[in-house]
Design a protein. Structure first.
Length: 438
């Protein structure tokens, strides 16, 4: 039986930017940048005529991608000159960092941080793998994923370039660095993925997906993609938040216009209806039961294009975990700790930091606050210079040293606890103060 690759010759036709073959129905779906009346097309550009010349039994559907003019391909959703503002709350600074919020290479505009944690496999850094990895990365290291064009600037970035959360367009600066580019699959004709990885500080990462169910992902889909046709999928991203669409194609070959990088053909893509805008690149895509199925990277006004998540794992050399390992060495498991994000402090905490030399980075609860319980806290602070400092949590003070004369590590984590009153309702108020010891 034919496969989608047998119909890639249709990508040479005017306006054609994607093609997908459905073996079960013996049907070819052709995506065009602009749908034209058949009488205006030259014979070499009439996809129905060209298919039926070789097999009259194949059904051909032509689908409009919604452009107003002729295009070379779909557009990656974080390479455009004009990117809309982030949805409320998604362009802010989040610590710990969940998936679905604004983050991108420091020399770029705006994108979305994707799946975490992903564990680097033993053979990921083999030269034969085709992926590019930093020498500092080893087997079982944890990384966060997004697109090559988000983290690695479409092959142009050097390993080690900083990744900011939030993105520069959303106000991100050097102090907002959350990791560095450590690996990517080069974008080239015939590639199946647009993916890259950044390093992580586990104390500042969350394995949650913003505004999705706490238990997602419930699994990672590694086969059976043909079964996804007509299924509903959902993504969480910087620009449009949580949106859903129906899967229209599962093995598509698509042309994608990477600007200066040229038009690249990617294979084995999922195509859904509209559910994204510029800045959503890197979003994780799930089935309705929470199974992770895709990594969003391109689209149009009518369709969204996603890598199969199984290809993301295989081609980059990672295994996406359904929760963060509890022991730091990648052996997985353990209960997920619900984080409290800095962007919700005004609703959950009363913060009073004295002095400008010590800043509060994040507060993480070690369990869900319940009336009458004592909840462990992990408080991350960063100093402006080495020295002796203090942090006070509800009257319990800890003193500590940060750095040395030549140290660049000015961060410190304080462990404490908060007692939840028996009659607490709605919110928990914790008083945190800190400063430098003179």
């Amino acid at each position: 039986m034919p496969t989608t690759r047998d119909y890639e010759y249709l990508l040479e036709c005017a306006n054609v930017i994607g093609v997908d073959y459905n073996e079960a129905e013996n049907r070819v779906k052709v995506f065009v940048s602009q749908k034209m009346p058949p009488e205006t097309l030259a014979d070499e550009d009439d996809v129905k005529k060209r298919v039926q010349e070789t097999d009259a039994d194949v059904t051909v559907d032509v689908v409009d991608a919604g452009y107003d003019d002729e295009r070379a391909g779909y557009e990656p959703l974080s390479t455009l000159e004009v990117i809309p503002e982030a949805l409320e709350g998604r362009g802010e600074r989040h610590r710990p960092v969940p998936a679905g919020v604004s983050e991108i290479n420091a020399i770029s505009t705006a994108g979305t941080g994707g799946p975490y944690p992903a564990r680097v496999t033993a053979d990921a850094t083999d030269e034969a793998s085709g992926a590019v990895w930093s020498d500092a990365v080893g087997a079982d290291d944890l990384v966060r994923l997004s697109n090559n064009h988000v983290y690695a600037r479409s092959n142009e970035a050097d390993l080690g370039e900083p990744i900011l959360q939030p993105s520069p367009q959303d106000g991100g600066e050097s102090d907002d660095e959350v990791g560095a580019l450590v690996g990517y699959v080069p974008i080239d004709d015939g590639v199946r993925v647009d993916v890259a990885a950044r390093s992580v500080d586990r104390d500042r990462e969350s394995d949650r997906y913003l505004e999705l169910e706490d238990e997602w992902p419930t699994g990672v889909r590694r086969d059976g993609y043909e079964e996804l046709r007509e299924e509903t999928v959902t993504k969480t991203g910087r620009t449009t938040g949580v949106t859903s669409a129906t899967v229209e194609a599962t093995s598509a070959s698509v042309n994608v216009d990477f600007g200066e990088g040229g038009t690249i053909t990617l294979r084995d893509q999922l195509i859904t209806g509209y559910m994204s805008e510029p800045g959503d690149s890197g979003s994780a895509v799930f089935l309705e039961d929470g199974e992770l199925v895709g990594l969003l990277f391109a689209g149009s006004t009518e369709q969204t294009i996603c890598n199969r998540i199984a290809n993301v794992e295989a081609d980059l050399g990672v295994e996406i975990l359904t929760e963060e390992p509890d022991d730091g060495n990648g052996d997985g498991g353990g209960d997920r700790e619900p984080p409290v994000y800095t962007t919700t402090f005004e609703r959950a905490l009363e913060v009073d930091l004295e002095g400008a030399s010590l800043d509060l980075e994040s507060v993480t609860f070690g369990g869900r606050p319940q009336p009458g319980a004592t909840v462990p806290l992990r408080i991350a602070v960063v100093a402006s210079e080495p020295g002796s400092y203090w942090v006070d949590v509800d009257g319990d003070r800890e003193r500590f040293e940060i750095g040395g004369e030549s140290s660049d590590d000015l961060g410190h984590t304080v462990t404490a606890s908060a007692a939840v009153p028996e009659d607490a309702a709605g919110t928990l108020s914790v008083s945190i103060a800190g400063g430098r010891l003179e």
